[in-house]
Design a protein around this ligand. Sequence first.
Ligand code: BTN
Length: 247
Amino acid sequence: MNKIENYIWEDFDELGSTNDAAKEKSATVSGQNFIITTRKQTNGRGRRGRTWIGLEGNLFASLGLEFELRYLGQLSIVISLSLFETIKKLNPNVLVQTKWPNDILINHAKAIGVLIEKGEGDYLIIGIGVNVCNAPETKNLLYLSTSLKDTNIQIDRIEFLKLFMNIFNQNIHLLQTNGFENLREKWQANVYGLNKKIVVNMENEKLEGIFKGIDENGTLLLQTTEALKKVYAGDVFLIDEEKDARI
Ligand code: BTN
């Protein structure tokens, strides 16, 4: 049985979606965290019903992690911070930013997307798509897109995953021993759009305001003309900055 850190790891040649495979697996195990990866992903899913394009050589991974659901917001930030730190470790000079809720931008373009879903029992399924060597065409996408290779980071998908898992485990340990505050500060110090005017597109409405960071649960804080509002889910877009308008 293969392992990465303390996670059982299975790598497939082809899957529809690693998140779907991980959900199915979560129904058959307990007391064991696991990772599913695939070389080729034919039906990758993004957040809010979007498609995640599965270009060859990129990383498609889903972690099955037993975790208390009430700490989901914190976990999402810790995942994002760990991905940020993985890239920084590989190339300290590159401009990397976290983007709420858990995307990673390199030079203002999206390099990593994360889709967290509920699995069976106490499992959370954390789906991670990393543009390791291929960035999808951005014509029909909501945002600009880039890859690690575009940034002169030459790494194989599994080597990236191993490095990330090592950093993630360390951060989970920090979360469990010292709490969320320090991790929140590190994530927020590198976040895209802080104190800028943003619009958040939600399921049925749009809210405009100044992005004031995140609270102790990873919830977005938006200063609107009426109040400081909490936003639990949505897509963030910067207003007034032509260059970044599509991110
Ligand atoms: C997003 O930014 O919209 C989230 C994208 C998440 C994509 C990953 S790829 C591995 C895992 N399996 C899926 O079907 N989706 C996630």
